[in-house]
Design a protein around this ligand. Structure first.
Ligand code: BV8
Ligand code: ZN
Length: 245
């Protein structure tokens, strides 16, 4: 039973995806039969290494649009419950595919961001990072404060490597955890989707929270079908949990 597992767990890993931010108003990329499209381009085309080379201003336009959407959004009970788990478990690793910064906004510390952060830019020439919250954005490609080079969003696009160390930290946490939550991810993007597989292979109890089944559902010990913002707060309450398959 999950409550028993949570009581006994010493090391917990939480892997999150876009579904955790859905109830804050952040659009997901996949799920509900839809795939995100920007000006006629599927998001995995506009958010790709190839598009950086082909049309950097278009990539900036897409990320500026998304930052504007995010600017007014707030964490929801899913983020808040996960943040509260820092005090509940001696060893909690929070690994996210999200680039929206909402886990940090809800108080989570030391978040392992596999795909970067939309609020940061990185210089092509000198690799300096710049906080976009402090930067006034015009149309076109912004320049580096340090060297004048072209900046790019500091996010991992399709066909790019993950940030140095991020996957390694997640891999270590997956190997040592005894309980692994997979929350709000369609689990189709690799290497992120391999994290619960690694946890399972190393003996962890794996729990998925998602309104829809995913390719990982079949390897999970429990699937809690529903919204993260509704189910996660219940895991902190004393009363019995709802549906579990
Ligand atoms: C790489 C940032 C090495 C940008 C993103 C094996 C086979 C084939 C291909 C590959 C492979 N291994 C790797 C690849 C290539 C590729 C990949 O995985 N392709 C797949 C799709 C076939 N991977 C890469 O390119 C990665 N890099 O492998 O490097 C390399 C390098 C060069 C050459 C070769 C190898 C880098 C991938 C990074 C992509 N970056 N994000 C941006 O945001 O614009 S991807 C994007 O998908 C998202 O940003 C997110 O990070 C990621 C995963 O999405 P999810 O978070 O899961 O969200 P999604 O919308 O899909 O699903 C939402 C879910 O929430 C649904 O299930 C829904 O039911 C659920 N939900 C809805 N509401 C709720 C809810 N759940 C709970 N509560 C709710 N209320
Ligand atoms: Zn620079």
């Amino acid at each position: 039973m999950l409550r028993e597992r949570m009581r006994a767990a010493e090391s917990v890993l939480v892997l999150t995806g876009a579904g955790v931010s859905a109830e804050s108003g952040v659009p997901t990329f996949r799920g509900g039969g839809n795939t995100a499209v920007w000006k006629g381009m599927p998001f995995d085309v506009i958010s790709s290494a190839g598009m950086l080379q082909k049309d950097l201003p278009a990539v900036w336009e897409w990320f500026n649009y998304r930052r504007n959407l995010l600017a007014v959004l707030k964490p929801n009970p899913a983020h808040e419950t996960i943040a509260s788990w820092q005090d509940r478990f001696a060893d909690l690793a929070l690994v996210t595919q999200n680039i929206d910064g909402l886990h940090q906004a809800s108080g989570s510390r030391d978040v392992i961001e596999l795909h970067g952060n939309i609020w940061r830019a990185r210089c092509f020439d000198c690799d300096a990072r710049h906080d976009l919250k402090d930067m006034k954005m015009d149309d076109g490609v912004p320049s580096c404060f340090d060297c004048g080079g072209n900046l790019r969003p500091d996010v991992v696009l399709f066909g790019e490597m993950l940030p140095p160390g991020a996957f390694e930290r997640a891999f270590d946490a997956a190997q040592r955890c005894d309980l692994c939550f997979v929350i709000g991810t369609s689990a189709v993007v690799y290497p992120a989707a391999s994290i619960p597989e690694i946890a399972r292979a190393n003996g962890a109890y794996v729990v998925e929270i998602n309104p829809e089944p995913t390719p990982l559902s079949s390897i999970c010990h429990e699937v809690l079908t529903g919204k993260a913002g509704e189910i996660l707060p219940l895991l902190s309450e004393a009363r019995p949990l709802g549906r579990a398959t």
